[in-house]
Design a protein around this ligand. Structure first.
Ligand code: PLP
Length: 395
């Protein structure tokens, strides 16, 4: 009889978003017609910008004409998009070969698939609070996981130590859920640590477009030594509103080797075996993101999300509440008032103020006592939520 992957037994029920949805539904049933302000989900709310929409339409038309029709696309990505991404990195001073850029269907897919490059005996370090997929993808593969808690004292940006020695190191900056961002000095410590130990950093840069402080690194490849120890996984989901359109890219330097094996070449082999490329139409839409019109369009949307953050941060400052993130990230990670635990605060906020957020405990044990607000909602709802918080908690 076939034995399924028994490691699936180690997965805990993903109660976080299901738990939130269930409580909100139950509340709505008993309070019909009440306006609930949703600052919980990390999905975008603004449509794709004009430059992307025009490119998508043009690409659809290409598929209607024999001369411009595209069948299977190159598995590692269309040359036009790999080139556009490489040019974008060059503007930041990061020099990439176009074939170090791999086009993907998004960061989630890639964060799971990339683990094919590593032995199942390898260990993975997850800095918590963390995006839950890091832990689950490794549990499914039966890997040993080290959980490195972070907290207020280190600004949720821990430094490496003997206790953080592992083969695969996850770093997410700007971070979901804490909104914290590694500066060069702190990130360099992890790069040096990975090189010294032969580890590989999986750098999740899904939120890099939200960085506004000019000194903060957007890419790990802005740091010395990263080309021998890091893979960067990026997405157009939050950068350009592609959550439902699906497109991302992954950077694997040709200089990344372990045990005499070249990880970039291994990934080419993996992609050519396990995928048939990403849709031509979607890749043309992605290419448009990197044009001047596309950049202006996505910046306009990001500014709206960042303004949401400013409104909420002003309210939290007025209340004297402690929080992280917001400035260089689309999340605000707030310490629950009056020492409340994060689910108690969730219930209070829902039932008293009709605001939905995400309890920090859902991102790892050290998230207990914290609460995540997402800035991807509408400006009107965010403003109203800020006003409700001010009204409730002003002394
Ligand atoms: N990485 C982080 C940290 C995220 O928060 C998310 C989505 O919320 C993803 C990756 C997945 O992004 P994608 O939509 O590209 O799969």
């Amino acid at each position: 009889m076939l034995t399924p992957n028994l490691h699936y037994r180690d997965l805990k029920d993903s109660y976080l978003f299901a738990g939130i949805a269930g409580r909100v539904r139950a509340f709505q049933e008993t309070h019909p017609g009440e306006k609930i302000l949703r600052l919980g989900i990390g999905d975008v709310s603004l449509p794709l910008c004009d430059a992307v929409i025009r490119a998508l339409h043009r690409a659809v038309d290409d598929q209607a004409v024999k001369e411009t029709f595209h069948g299977y696309m190159p598995e590692c990505g269309a040359p036009f998009l790999r080139k556009a991404v490489a040019a974008h990195y060059l503007e930041r001073g990061v020099n990439l070969d176009e074939d170090e850029v791999f086009v993907s269907s998004g960061a989630s897919d890639e964060l799971g698939d990339i683990l094919d490059l590593f032995s199942r005996d390898s260990s993975a370090l997850v800095i918590e609070p963390a995006y839950p997929a890091y832990v689950d993808a490794n549990l499914m593969a039966g890997r040993t996981i080290l959980h490195l808690p972070s907290g207020e004292e280190d600004g949720f940006l821990p430094r490496p130590s003997e206790a953080s020695r592992a083969d695969i190191l996850y770093i997410c900056s700007p971070n979901n859920p804490t909104g914290s961002v590694y500066d060069r000095e702190r990130l360099q410590k992890w790069v040096d640590f990975a090189n010294a130990n032969g580890s590989v950093i999986l750098f999740d840069a899904a939120y890099e477009a939200f960085i506004e402080d000019p000194d903060l690194p957007h890419s790990i490849f802005e740091l010395e030594g990263a080309r021998t120890c890091a893979i960067e996984i990026c997405s157009l989901s939050k950068t350009a509103g592609f959550t439902g359109t699906r497109l991302g890219y992954t950077i694997i330097p040709k200089t990344l080797e372990r045990c005499g094996m070249n990880l970039q070449a291994m990934w080419v082999r993996n992609r050519t075996t396990k995928t048939n490329g990403v849709s031509y139409i979607i890749q043309r839409g992605g290419e448009a993101v990197f044009t001047p019109e596309g950049q202006a369009g996505i910046r306009k949307n990001i500014r709206i999300y960042k303004n949401n953050a400013t409104i909420l941060m002003q309210a939290l400052d007025t209340l004297g509440f402690r929080y992280f993130g917001g400035r260089n990230a689309p999340y605000i990670w707030m310490k629950c008032p009056c020492g409340m635990d994060s689910w108690t605060f969730f219930d209070r906020l829902l039932t008293e103020d009709r605001i939905v957020g995400t309890p920090g405990a859902g991102f790892g044990a050290c998230g207990e006592g914290f609460f995540r607000f997402s800035m991807f909602g509408s400006p009107e709802d965010t403003k109203e939520a800020a006003e409700r918080l001010l009204k409730r908690y002003s002394k």
